[in-house]
Design a protein around this ligand. Structure first.
Ligand SMILES: [Zn+2]
Length: 58
């Protein structure tokens, strides 16, 4: 089971990412900071993460 993380993507737009197995980075390559994002989560998802996640599920 992969964990989700709410934070800025590569273009600094906040989105839901899929965390990599090490829990410190995301499948799209964004580094996960220790501090949680202060922005309110929405239902926006990071497309590179979703594509990478679906590729692992295929
Ligand atoms: Zn992502």
């Amino acid at each position: 089971m992969h964990e989700m993380w709410w934070g800025p993507d590569l273009s600094r737009e906040p989105a839901w990412h899929v965390l990599a197995a090490d829990k410190t980075s995301t499948l799209c390559g964004v580094d996960k900071p220790d501090e949680p994002s202060k922005q309110e989560p929405t239902d926006k998802h990071c497309f590179p993460c979703m594509e990478a996640f679906q590729a692992t599920m295929a």
